[in-house]
Design a protein around this ligand. Structure first.
Ligand code: FBP
Length: 549
Protein backbone atom coordinates (compact mmCIF):
# COMPACT_ATOMS: atom_id res chain seq x y z
CA UNK A 1 0.00 0.00 0.00
CA UNK A 2 1.48 3.41 -0.97
CA UNK A 3 1.13 5.88 1.87
CA UNK A 4 1.19 9.66 2.10
CA UNK A 5 3.75 11.33 4.37
CA UNK A 6 0.96 12.06 6.86
CA UNK A 7 -0.16 8.43 6.86
CA UNK A 8 3.39 7.28 7.50
CA UNK A 9 3.78 9.69 10.41
CA UNK A 10 0.36 8.75 11.76
CA UNK A 11 1.06 5.01 11.58
CA UNK A 12 3.60 5.35 14.37
CA UNK A 13 1.10 6.99 16.74
CA UNK A 14 0.73 4.94 19.91
CA UNK A 15 -2.85 5.25 21.13
CA UNK A 16 -3.27 6.28 24.73
CA UNK A 17 -5.24 3.92 26.95
CA UNK A 18 -6.46 3.66 30.55
CA UNK A 19 -3.44 3.33 32.85
CA UNK A 20 -4.94 0.22 34.44
CA UNK A 21 -4.66 -1.60 31.11
CA UNK A 22 -0.87 -1.39 31.35
CA UNK A 23 -1.09 -3.67 34.38
CA UNK A 24 -2.48 -7.08 35.26
CA UNK A 25 -6.20 -6.69 35.80
CA UNK A 26 -9.16 -8.52 37.23
CA UNK A 27 -12.86 -7.90 36.58
CA UNK A 28 -14.63 -6.27 39.53
CA UNK A 29 -18.36 -7.01 39.42
CA UNK A 30 -21.10 -4.60 40.50
CA UNK A 31 -24.76 -5.21 41.34
CA UNK A 32 -27.14 -7.29 39.19
CA UNK A 33 -28.73 -5.16 36.44
CA UNK A 34 -32.17 -4.85 34.83
CA UNK A 35 -33.29 -3.85 31.34
CA UNK A 36 -33.96 -0.18 30.67
CA UNK A 37 -37.68 -0.96 30.04
CA UNK A 38 -40.01 -3.93 29.48
CA UNK A 39 -37.98 -5.89 32.07
CA UNK A 40 -40.26 -8.93 32.25
CA UNK A 41 -40.35 -9.53 28.51
CA UNK A 42 -36.60 -9.00 28.15
CA UNK A 43 -35.86 -11.36 31.04
CA UNK A 44 -38.08 -14.01 29.44
CA UNK A 45 -36.31 -13.62 26.09
CA UNK A 46 -32.80 -13.65 27.63
CA UNK A 47 -32.98 -16.14 30.51
CA UNK A 48 -29.28 -17.06 30.29
CA UNK A 49 -27.71 -13.62 29.99
CA UNK A 50 -30.19 -11.29 31.72
CA UNK A 51 -29.32 -9.39 34.89
CA UNK A 52 -25.52 -9.76 34.75
CA UNK A 53 -23.46 -7.19 36.70
CA UNK A 54 -21.56 -4.23 35.32
CA UNK A 55 -17.82 -4.92 35.18
CA UNK A 56 -14.88 -2.65 35.86
CA UNK A 57 -11.29 -3.78 35.35
CA UNK A 58 -9.08 -3.09 38.33
CA UNK A 59 -5.41 -3.77 38.97
CA UNK A 60 -4.57 -7.25 40.19
CA UNK A 61 -1.41 -8.82 41.56
CA UNK A 62 -2.18 -12.06 39.71
CA UNK A 63 -0.74 -12.45 36.22
CA UNK A 64 -3.34 -12.78 33.44
CA UNK A 65 -1.59 -15.69 31.73
CA UNK A 66 -4.31 -17.60 29.91
CA UNK A 67 -4.35 -20.43 27.42
CA UNK A 68 -4.11 -19.31 23.78
CA UNK A 69 -7.49 -17.91 22.75
CA UNK A 70 -8.71 -17.52 19.20
CA UNK A 71 -11.05 -14.59 18.66
CA UNK A 72 -13.24 -13.66 15.66
CA UNK A 73 -14.15 -10.09 14.78
CA UNK A 74 -16.93 -8.60 12.66
CA UNK A 75 -17.37 -5.00 11.50
CA UNK A 76 -21.09 -4.44 11.14
CA UNK A 77 -23.11 -1.61 9.56
CA UNK A 78 -21.95 1.83 8.49
CA UNK A 79 -18.27 2.75 8.60
CA UNK A 80 -17.03 4.86 11.51
CA UNK A 81 -13.54 6.31 12.05
CA UNK A 82 -11.46 4.19 14.39
CA UNK A 83 -12.71 0.69 13.55
CA UNK A 84 -9.22 -0.43 12.61
CA UNK A 85 -7.94 0.65 16.01
CA UNK A 86 -10.60 -1.44 17.76
CA UNK A 87 -9.26 -4.42 15.87
CA UNK A 88 -5.65 -3.46 16.70
CA UNK A 89 -6.65 -3.19 20.37
CA UNK A 90 -8.22 -6.65 20.35
CA UNK A 91 -5.14 -8.04 18.61
CA UNK A 92 -2.65 -6.51 21.04
CA UNK A 93 -4.85 -7.52 23.99
CA UNK A 94 -5.15 -11.18 23.09
CA UNK A 95 -1.46 -11.40 22.16
CA UNK A 96 -0.43 -9.89 25.48
CA UNK A 97 -2.47 -12.52 27.30
CA UNK A 98 -0.99 -15.34 25.21
CA UNK A 99 1.29 -14.90 22.18
CA UNK A 100 -0.20 -17.98 20.54
CA UNK A 101 -3.72 -16.45 20.42
CA UNK A 102 -5.06 -15.72 16.94
CA UNK A 103 -7.46 -13.16 15.54
CA UNK A 104 -9.76 -13.93 12.60
CA UNK A 105 -11.71 -11.24 10.74
CA UNK A 106 -14.97 -12.17 9.04
CA UNK A 107 -15.27 -10.60 5.62
CA UNK A 108 -17.88 -7.94 4.73
CA UNK A 109 -19.77 -7.98 7.99
CA UNK A 110 -22.00 -10.59 9.59
CA UNK A 111 -22.42 -12.30 6.19
CA UNK A 112 -18.76 -13.40 6.47
CA UNK A 113 -19.58 -15.45 9.55
CA UNK A 114 -22.58 -17.12 7.93
CA UNK A 115 -20.78 -17.73 4.62
CA UNK A 116 -17.53 -18.80 6.29
CA UNK A 117 -15.50 -16.06 4.65
CA UNK A 118 -12.66 -14.94 6.87
CA UNK A 119 -8.99 -14.09 7.05
CA UNK A 120 -6.47 -14.39 9.81
CA UNK A 121 -5.31 -10.96 10.95
CA UNK A 122 -1.59 -11.25 11.52
CA UNK A 123 0.69 -8.56 12.92
CA UNK A 124 1.80 -7.47 9.40
CA UNK A 125 -1.79 -6.80 8.41
CA UNK A 126 -2.70 -5.10 11.69
CA UNK A 127 0.35 -2.80 11.46
CA UNK A 128 -0.74 -1.63 7.99
CA UNK A 129 -4.04 -0.40 9.39
CA UNK A 130 -3.17 1.16 12.75
CA UNK A 131 -4.67 4.67 13.18
CA UNK A 132 -6.24 4.62 9.71
CA UNK A 133 -9.85 5.37 8.81
CA UNK A 134 -12.20 2.98 7.03
CA UNK A 135 -13.26 -0.59 7.60
CA UNK A 136 -11.38 -2.00 4.62
CA UNK A 137 -9.17 -4.31 6.66
CA UNK A 138 -12.02 -6.87 6.46
CA UNK A 139 -14.94 -4.80 5.11
CA UNK A 140 -18.35 -4.29 6.66
CA UNK A 141 -21.94 -5.20 5.80
CA UNK A 142 -25.49 -4.86 7.01
CA UNK A 143 -26.65 -8.48 6.95
CA UNK A 144 -28.90 -8.95 9.95
CA UNK A 145 -27.82 -11.87 12.12
CA UNK A 146 -31.08 -13.05 13.60
CA UNK A 147 -32.04 -16.57 12.57
CA UNK A 148 -31.00 -19.77 14.29
CA UNK A 149 -29.88 -21.12 10.89
CA UNK A 150 -27.41 -18.21 10.62
CA UNK A 151 -26.27 -18.71 14.21
CA UNK A 152 -25.71 -22.43 13.62
CA UNK A 153 -23.85 -21.80 10.36
CA UNK A 154 -21.69 -19.31 12.26
CA UNK A 155 -21.01 -21.81 14.99
CA UNK A 156 -19.67 -24.33 12.44
CA UNK A 157 -16.87 -21.99 11.37
CA UNK A 158 -16.23 -20.79 14.91
CA UNK A 159 -15.70 -24.42 15.97
CA UNK A 160 -13.57 -25.16 12.94
CA UNK A 161 -11.23 -22.26 13.71
CA UNK A 162 -11.37 -23.00 17.42
CA UNK A 163 -12.69 -19.50 18.05
CA UNK A 164 -13.61 -18.94 21.69
CA UNK A 165 -15.15 -15.52 21.33
CA UNK A 166 -16.67 -13.28 18.70
CA UNK A 167 -16.42 -9.48 18.91
CA UNK A 168 -19.16 -7.64 16.99
CA UNK A 169 -18.32 -4.01 16.31
CA UNK A 170 -21.57 -2.31 15.46
CA UNK A 171 -24.38 0.12 16.20
CA UNK A 172 -27.55 -0.41 18.20
CA UNK A 173 -29.03 -3.01 15.85
CA UNK A 174 -25.80 -5.01 15.53
CA UNK A 175 -25.23 -4.99 19.28
CA UNK A 176 -28.84 -6.11 19.77
CA UNK A 177 -27.98 -9.02 17.49
CA UNK A 178 -24.82 -9.64 19.51
CA UNK A 179 -26.91 -10.08 22.65
CA UNK A 180 -29.35 -12.41 20.87
CA UNK A 181 -26.41 -14.45 19.59
CA UNK A 182 -24.79 -14.59 23.05
CA UNK A 183 -28.07 -15.83 24.52
CA UNK A 184 -28.51 -18.41 21.78
CA UNK A 185 -25.00 -19.88 22.12
CA UNK A 186 -25.47 -20.17 25.89
CA UNK A 187 -28.90 -21.75 25.47
CA UNK A 188 -27.54 -24.53 23.22
CA UNK A 189 -24.65 -25.22 25.59
CA UNK A 190 -21.95 -23.69 23.39
CA UNK A 191 -19.24 -21.82 25.25
CA UNK A 192 -18.57 -19.31 22.43
CA UNK A 193 -18.65 -15.85 23.97
CA UNK A 194 -20.05 -12.79 22.17
CA UNK A 195 -18.85 -9.28 22.99
CA UNK A 196 -20.13 -6.02 21.42
CA UNK A 197 -18.39 -2.70 20.76
CA UNK A 198 -20.27 0.62 20.44
CA UNK A 199 -19.76 1.97 16.94
CA UNK A 200 -21.68 4.57 14.95
CA UNK A 201 -21.02 8.09 13.75
CA UNK A 202 -24.68 8.79 14.59
CA UNK A 203 -23.83 9.06 18.30
CA UNK A 204 -27.10 7.41 19.31
CA UNK A 205 -25.63 4.33 20.98
CA UNK A 206 -24.92 5.82 24.37
CA UNK A 207 -26.38 5.78 27.85
CA UNK A 208 -25.32 6.32 31.46
CA UNK A 209 -22.47 3.81 31.04
CA UNK A 210 -21.61 4.02 27.36
CA UNK A 211 -20.50 7.65 27.08
CA UNK A 212 -20.06 7.73 23.32
CA UNK A 213 -20.13 5.55 20.25
CA UNK A 214 -16.85 5.67 18.39
CA UNK A 215 -16.60 7.60 15.15
CA UNK A 216 -18.96 10.40 16.26
CA UNK A 217 -16.00 12.54 17.34
CA UNK A 218 -14.10 12.35 14.05
CA UNK A 219 -17.15 12.50 11.77
CA UNK A 220 -18.48 15.64 13.50
CA UNK A 221 -15.08 17.29 13.29
CA UNK A 222 -14.84 16.54 9.56
CA UNK A 223 -18.35 17.87 8.87
CA UNK A 224 -17.72 20.93 11.05
CA UNK A 225 -14.54 21.69 9.16
CA UNK A 226 -16.44 21.65 5.86
CA UNK A 227 -19.45 23.56 7.25
CA UNK A 228 -16.97 26.15 8.52
CA UNK A 229 -15.42 26.38 5.05
CA UNK A 230 -18.86 26.82 3.50
CA UNK A 231 -19.71 29.50 6.05
CA UNK A 232 -16.55 31.38 5.21
CA UNK A 233 -17.40 31.14 1.52
CA UNK A 234 -20.94 32.20 2.31
CA UNK A 235 -19.76 35.19 4.32
CA UNK A 236 -17.34 36.14 1.53
CA UNK A 237 -19.75 36.19 -1.41
CA UNK A 238 -22.93 36.93 0.62
CA UNK A 239 -25.32 35.56 -2.00
CA UNK A 240 -26.28 31.99 -1.13
CA UNK A 241 -28.30 30.12 1.43
CA UNK A 242 -26.68 26.74 2.01
CA UNK A 243 -29.01 23.90 2.99
CA UNK A 244 -26.78 21.25 4.55
CA UNK A 245 -28.17 17.83 5.40
CA UNK A 246 -26.09 15.84 7.88
CA UNK A 247 -26.01 12.12 8.47
CA UNK A 248 -27.11 10.67 11.75
CA UNK A 249 -30.11 8.54 10.76
CA UNK A 250 -32.84 9.19 13.36
CA UNK A 251 -30.93 11.14 15.97
CA UNK A 252 -29.86 14.78 15.52
CA UNK A 253 -26.67 14.46 17.58
CA UNK A 254 -24.42 15.15 14.57
CA UNK A 255 -26.40 18.24 13.51
CA UNK A 256 -26.41 19.51 17.10
CA UNK A 257 -22.68 18.94 17.62
CA UNK A 258 -21.86 20.59 14.27
CA UNK A 259 -24.07 23.55 15.24
CA UNK A 260 -22.20 23.91 18.53
CA UNK A 261 -18.90 23.79 16.64
CA UNK A 262 -19.82 26.19 13.83
CA UNK A 263 -22.72 28.47 14.94
CA UNK A 264 -24.86 28.33 11.78
CA UNK A 265 -27.86 30.62 11.25
CA UNK A 266 -30.34 27.76 11.56
CA UNK A 267 -30.10 24.19 12.80
CA UNK A 268 -33.15 21.98 12.97
CA UNK A 269 -33.29 19.37 15.73
CA UNK A 270 -35.71 16.58 14.80
CA UNK A 271 -36.42 15.64 18.40
CA UNK A 272 -37.62 19.20 19.10
CA UNK A 273 -39.85 19.21 16.03
CA UNK A 274 -41.50 16.04 17.29
CA UNK A 275 -41.85 17.32 20.86
CA UNK A 276 -43.51 20.51 19.61
CA UNK A 277 -45.70 18.56 17.17
CA UNK A 278 -44.54 20.81 14.33
CA UNK A 279 -45.60 20.25 10.73
CA UNK A 280 -43.53 20.56 7.56
CA UNK A 281 -45.32 23.86 6.98
CA UNK A 282 -44.24 25.11 10.44
CA UNK A 283 -40.58 24.25 9.73
CA UNK A 284 -40.71 25.97 6.35
CA UNK A 285 -42.35 29.00 7.92
CA UNK A 286 -39.63 29.24 10.58
CA UNK A 287 -36.79 28.98 8.05
CA UNK A 288 -38.44 31.51 5.70
CA UNK A 289 -38.95 33.92 8.61
CA UNK A 290 -35.22 33.88 9.40
CA UNK A 291 -34.36 34.26 5.71
CA UNK A 292 -36.71 37.27 5.48
CA UNK A 293 -35.37 38.86 8.66
CA UNK A 294 -31.78 38.50 7.51
CA UNK A 295 -32.77 39.91 4.10
CA UNK A 296 -34.26 42.94 5.87
CA UNK A 297 -30.85 43.65 7.41
CA UNK A 298 -29.19 43.19 4.03
CA UNK A 299 -27.97 39.63 4.55
CA UNK A 300 -29.22 37.45 1.70
CA UNK A 301 -27.09 34.52 2.81
CA UNK A 302 -26.93 31.95 5.52
CA UNK A 303 -26.59 28.32 6.54
CA UNK A 304 -29.21 25.78 7.56
CA UNK A 305 -28.24 22.44 9.13
CA UNK A 306 -30.77 19.65 8.67
CA UNK A 307 -30.52 16.25 10.39
CA UNK A 308 -31.07 13.46 7.88
CA UNK A 309 -33.82 11.79 9.92
CA UNK A 310 -35.97 14.94 10.15
CA UNK A 311 -38.80 13.62 8.01
CA UNK A 312 -39.48 10.75 10.43
CA UNK A 313 -39.92 13.18 13.33
CA UNK A 314 -42.59 15.39 11.83
CA UNK A 315 -45.56 13.77 13.60
CA UNK A 316 -47.78 13.52 10.49
CA UNK A 317 -44.87 12.13 8.45
CA UNK A 318 -43.94 9.72 11.21
CA UNK A 319 -47.43 8.17 11.12
CA UNK A 320 -47.21 7.95 7.36
CA UNK A 321 -43.78 6.26 7.48
CA UNK A 322 -44.93 3.81 10.20
CA UNK A 323 -47.88 2.78 8.04
CA UNK A 324 -45.64 2.53 4.98
CA UNK A 325 -43.15 0.38 6.94
CA UNK A 326 -45.86 -2.04 8.06
CA UNK A 327 -47.44 -2.12 4.64
CA UNK A 328 -44.16 -2.77 2.82
CA UNK A 329 -43.06 -5.36 5.41
CA UNK A 330 -46.11 -7.42 4.46
CA UNK A 331 -46.53 -6.53 0.78
CA UNK A 332 -43.03 -5.92 -0.57
CA UNK A 333 -43.28 -8.57 -3.29
CA UNK A 334 -46.57 -7.20 -4.60
CA UNK A 335 -45.16 -3.65 -4.44
CA UNK A 336 -42.00 -4.64 -6.34
CA UNK A 337 -44.14 -6.14 -9.10
CA UNK A 338 -45.90 -2.80 -9.75
CA UNK A 339 -44.47 -0.69 -12.60
CA UNK A 340 -42.32 2.14 -11.18
CA UNK A 341 -44.47 4.86 -12.74
CA UNK A 342 -47.60 3.38 -11.09
CA UNK A 343 -46.17 2.87 -7.60
CA UNK A 344 -47.17 6.24 -6.21
CA UNK A 345 -50.81 5.73 -7.25
CA UNK A 346 -50.73 2.18 -5.89
CA UNK A 347 -49.51 3.36 -2.48
CA UNK A 348 -52.07 6.20 -2.40
CA UNK A 349 -54.84 3.60 -2.71
CA UNK A 350 -53.42 1.30 -0.05
CA UNK A 351 -52.91 3.80 2.78
CA UNK A 352 -55.44 5.02 5.33
CA UNK A 353 -57.32 8.16 4.25
CA UNK A 354 -55.24 10.54 6.39
CA UNK A 355 -51.86 9.16 5.35
CA UNK A 356 -52.93 8.80 1.76
CA UNK A 357 -53.64 12.54 1.59
CA UNK A 358 -50.24 13.44 3.06
CA UNK A 359 -48.46 11.02 0.75
CA UNK A 360 -50.30 12.43 -2.28
CA UNK A 361 -49.28 15.97 -1.30
CA UNK A 362 -45.53 15.20 -1.37
CA UNK A 363 -43.36 16.00 -4.37
CA UNK A 364 -42.89 12.95 -6.60
CA UNK A 365 -39.18 12.57 -5.74
CA UNK A 366 -39.72 12.49 -1.98
CA UNK A 367 -42.77 10.20 -2.33
CA UNK A 368 -40.62 7.76 -4.30
CA UNK A 369 -37.73 8.04 -1.84
CA UNK A 370 -40.06 7.09 1.03
CA UNK A 371 -40.84 3.73 -0.55
CA UNK A 372 -37.26 2.72 -1.36
CA UNK A 373 -36.05 -0.56 0.16
CA UNK A 374 -35.73 -0.59 3.95
CA UNK A 375 -32.38 -1.64 5.35
CA UNK A 376 -32.13 -5.21 6.72
CA UNK A 377 -33.22 -3.91 10.13
CA UNK A 378 -36.46 -2.44 8.72
CA UNK A 379 -35.31 1.21 8.84
CA UNK A 380 -36.16 3.74 6.14
CA UNK A 381 -32.90 4.70 4.42
CA UNK A 382 -33.13 8.34 5.41
CA UNK A 383 -29.81 9.13 3.73
CA UNK A 384 -31.64 8.69 0.41
CA UNK A 385 -34.39 11.23 1.16
CA UNK A 386 -33.47 14.69 -0.12
CA UNK A 387 -34.97 16.72 2.74
CA UNK A 388 -32.55 19.58 2.06
CA UNK A 389 -34.05 20.04 -1.42
CA UNK A 390 -37.60 19.56 -0.21
CA UNK A 391 -37.17 22.28 2.42
CA UNK A 392 -35.38 24.78 0.22
CA UNK A 393 -38.00 24.38 -2.54
CA UNK A 394 -40.79 24.96 -0.04
CA UNK A 395 -38.98 27.96 1.50
CA UNK A 396 -38.51 29.42 -1.97
CA UNK A 397 -42.25 29.13 -2.69
CA UNK A 398 -43.15 30.71 0.65
CA UNK A 399 -40.77 33.64 0.01
CA UNK A 400 -42.27 34.17 -3.44
CA UNK A 401 -45.72 34.42 -1.82
CA UNK A 402 -44.40 36.84 0.77
CA UNK A 403 -42.76 38.89 -1.95
CA UNK A 404 -46.11 39.29 -3.71
CA UNK A 405 -47.60 40.38 -0.40
CA UNK A 406 -44.74 42.87 0.14
CA UNK A 407 -43.49 40.99 3.19
CA UNK A 408 -40.09 40.03 1.76
CA UNK A 409 -37.63 42.09 -0.21
CA UNK A 410 -34.56 39.90 -0.63
CA UNK A 411 -33.01 37.49 -3.14
CA UNK A 412 -33.01 33.79 -2.34
CA UNK A 413 -30.56 31.41 -4.01
CA UNK A 414 -30.09 28.01 -2.42
CA UNK A 415 -27.23 25.51 -2.65
CA UNK A 416 -27.61 21.97 -1.34
CA UNK A 417 -25.14 19.69 0.40
CA UNK A 418 -25.29 16.31 2.06
CA UNK A 419 -22.43 15.42 4.38
CA UNK A 420 -22.30 11.83 5.48
CA UNK A 421 -20.06 9.52 3.53
CA UNK A 422 -17.30 12.17 3.54
CA UNK A 423 -16.72 11.70 7.26
CA UNK A 424 -17.33 8.03 7.91
CA UNK A 425 -13.91 6.80 6.82
CA UNK A 426 -11.79 9.77 7.86
CA UNK A 427 -8.57 9.05 9.73
CA UNK A 428 -9.58 8.92 13.39
CA UNK A 429 -9.00 11.96 15.59
CA UNK A 430 -6.74 11.37 18.58
CA UNK A 431 -9.88 10.90 20.67
CA UNK A 432 -11.26 8.17 18.40
CA UNK A 433 -7.84 6.56 17.87
CA UNK A 434 -7.39 6.27 21.66
CA UNK A 435 -11.01 5.44 22.49
CA UNK A 436 -11.22 2.73 19.82
CA UNK A 437 -7.93 1.13 20.77
CA UNK A 438 -9.03 1.11 24.41
CA UNK A 439 -12.41 -0.41 23.51
CA UNK A 440 -10.73 -3.19 21.53
CA UNK A 441 -8.22 -3.88 24.28
CA UNK A 442 -11.05 -3.96 26.84
CA UNK A 443 -12.99 -6.39 24.64
CA UNK A 444 -10.00 -8.75 24.76
CA UNK A 445 -10.06 -8.58 28.56
CA UNK A 446 -13.78 -9.38 28.63
CA UNK A 447 -12.98 -12.41 26.49
CA UNK A 448 -10.18 -13.46 28.85
CA UNK A 449 -12.58 -13.03 31.79
CA UNK A 450 -14.99 -15.49 30.13
CA UNK A 451 -17.80 -12.92 29.71
CA UNK A 452 -20.56 -13.07 27.11
CA UNK A 453 -23.41 -10.75 26.14
CA UNK A 454 -21.35 -7.75 27.25
CA UNK A 455 -20.48 -4.51 25.47
CA UNK A 456 -16.95 -3.18 25.99
CA UNK A 457 -17.10 0.12 27.80
CA UNK A 458 -14.57 2.88 28.37
CA UNK A 459 -15.74 5.69 30.66
CA UNK A 460 -14.52 8.98 32.15
CA UNK A 461 -13.66 9.99 28.59
CA UNK A 462 -13.40 13.74 29.12
CA UNK A 463 -10.43 13.15 31.40
CA UNK A 464 -6.95 12.26 30.08
CA UNK A 465 -6.95 8.75 28.62
CA UNK A 466 -4.81 7.37 31.44
CA UNK A 467 -7.75 8.05 33.80
CA UNK A 468 -10.33 6.32 31.61
CA UNK A 469 -12.23 3.41 33.21
CA UNK A 470 -12.35 0.14 31.27
CA UNK A 471 -15.06 -2.45 31.78
CA UNK A 472 -18.13 -4.18 30.37
CA UNK A 473 -21.87 -3.50 30.37
CA UNK A 474 -24.40 -6.33 29.97
CA UNK A 475 -26.22 -5.62 26.71
CA UNK A 476 -29.55 -6.85 28.10
CA UNK A 477 -29.44 -3.78 30.34
CA UNK A 478 -29.86 -1.54 27.28
CA UNK A 479 -32.76 -3.44 25.70
CA UNK A 480 -36.44 -2.56 25.38
CA UNK A 481 -39.26 -3.76 23.15
CA UNK A 482 -39.94 -1.86 19.90
CA UNK A 483 -41.96 -2.41 16.75
CA UNK A 484 -39.75 -3.54 13.85
CA UNK A 485 -40.91 -4.96 10.52
CA UNK A 486 -44.44 -4.98 11.91
CA UNK A 487 -43.50 -7.03 15.04
CA UNK A 488 -42.46 -6.26 18.63
CA UNK A 489 -38.73 -7.07 19.08
CA UNK A 490 -36.10 -6.59 21.78
CA UNK A 491 -33.75 -3.81 20.66
CA UNK A 492 -31.21 -1.47 22.22
CA UNK A 493 -32.96 1.76 23.06
CA UNK A 494 -31.68 4.53 20.76
CA UNK A 495 -30.38 7.62 22.53
CA UNK A 496 -32.00 10.57 20.78
CA UNK A 497 -31.15 14.20 21.53
CA UNK A 498 -32.37 14.97 25.04
CA UNK A 499 -34.17 18.32 24.99
CA UNK A 500 -33.41 18.68 28.69
CA UNK A 501 -29.75 17.80 28.15
CA UNK A 502 -26.89 20.28 28.37
CA UNK A 503 -25.89 20.20 24.65
CA UNK A 504 -29.39 21.09 23.44
CA UNK A 505 -29.78 23.76 26.12
CA UNK A 506 -26.50 25.36 25.09
CA UNK A 507 -27.71 25.45 21.49
CA UNK A 508 -31.17 26.78 22.42
CA UNK A 509 -29.61 29.55 24.49
CA UNK A 510 -27.64 30.87 21.51
CA UNK A 511 -29.61 30.08 18.38
CA UNK A 512 -31.54 33.36 18.08
CA UNK A 513 -28.32 35.31 18.16
CA UNK A 514 -26.67 32.96 15.65
CA UNK A 515 -29.69 33.41 13.34
CA UNK A 516 -29.31 37.15 13.02
CA UNK A 517 -25.66 37.88 13.76
CA UNK A 518 -23.20 36.29 11.40
CA UNK A 519 -21.14 34.72 14.16
CA UNK A 520 -19.80 31.73 12.31
CA UNK A 521 -16.96 29.63 13.70
CA UNK A 522 -14.48 28.06 11.29
CA UNK A 523 -13.08 25.04 13.19
CA UNK A 524 -10.52 24.00 10.55
CA UNK A 525 -9.22 20.46 10.00
CA UNK A 526 -8.61 17.80 12.63
CA UNK A 527 -5.10 18.11 14.07
CA UNK A 528 -2.98 15.11 15.01
CA UNK A 529 0.08 17.04 16.12
CA UNK A 530 0.52 20.24 18.10
CA UNK A 531 -0.79 21.64 21.36
CA UNK A 532 -3.31 19.65 23.38
CA UNK A 533 -6.01 22.30 23.06
CA UNK A 534 -6.20 21.62 19.34
CA UNK A 535 -5.49 17.89 19.16
CA UNK A 536 -6.92 16.41 22.36
CA UNK A 537 -10.41 17.92 22.52
CA UNK A 538 -13.44 15.62 22.68
CA UNK A 539 -16.74 16.81 21.18
CA UNK A 540 -18.62 19.70 22.77
CA UNK A 541 -21.54 17.29 23.25
CA UNK A 542 -19.44 14.89 25.31
CA UNK A 543 -17.91 17.68 27.38
CA UNK A 544 -21.29 19.26 28.16
CA UNK A 545 -22.92 15.90 28.94
CA UNK A 546 -20.17 14.78 31.28
CA UNK A 547 -19.97 18.18 32.99
CA UNK A 548 -23.71 18.02 33.71
CA UNK A 549 -23.46 14.57 35.38
P1 FBP B 1 -24.61 2.66 11.49
O1 FBP B 1 -25.77 2.98 12.39
O2 FBP B 1 -24.61 1.28 11.01
O3 FBP B 1 -23.32 3.04 12.15
O4 FBP B 1 -24.71 3.57 10.20
C1 FBP B 1 -24.81 4.93 10.29
C2 FBP B 1 -25.08 5.62 8.97
O5 FBP B 1 -23.90 6.30 8.56
C3 FBP B 1 -26.26 6.56 9.07
O6 FBP B 1 -25.86 7.83 9.54
C4 FBP B 1 -26.79 6.57 7.66
O7 FBP B 1 -28.17 6.87 7.63
C5 FBP B 1 -26.54 5.16 7.21
O8 FBP B 1 -25.42 4.70 7.93
C6 FBP B 1 -26.29 5.05 5.74
O9 FBP B 1 -26.21 3.70 5.40
P2 FBP B 1 -25.44 3.06 4.17
O10 FBP B 1 -24.00 3.03 4.54
O11 FBP B 1 -25.99 1.68 4.10
O12 FBP B 1 -25.71 3.91 3.00
Amino acid sequence: MIKSALQIARASYIPKKPAVLEKNVTPQEGEATTAVADQEEIQKLFPKTYGRPIIKFVESDQSESCPATNVGVILSGGQAPGGHNVIAGIFDGIKRINKESRLYGFILGPAGLVNHEYKELTSDIIDEYRNTGGFDIIGSGRTKLDTTEQFDKGLEILKKLDIKALVIIGGDDSNTNASVLAEYYKSIGSDVQVIGCPKTIDGDLKNELIEASFGFDTACKVYSEVIGNIQRDCNSSRKYWHFIKLMGRSASHIALECALQTQPNICIISEEIEAKGQSLEDIVNDIATTVAKRAAQGDDFGTVLIPEGLIEFIPAMKDLIAELNDFLAHNQIEFDAIRRSMRREYIIHKLSEKNSKIYASLPQTVANQLTLDRDPHGNVQVSLIETEKLLSEMVKKKLQDWKKQGKYIGKFAAIHHFFGYEGRCAAPSNFDADYCYSLGYTASLLVAAGKTGYMASVRNTTKPATEWIAGGIPITMMLNMERRHGEMKPVIQKALVDLEGAPFKEFAKNRERWAMETSYIYPGPIQFFGPDEVKEQPTITLKLEQKAK
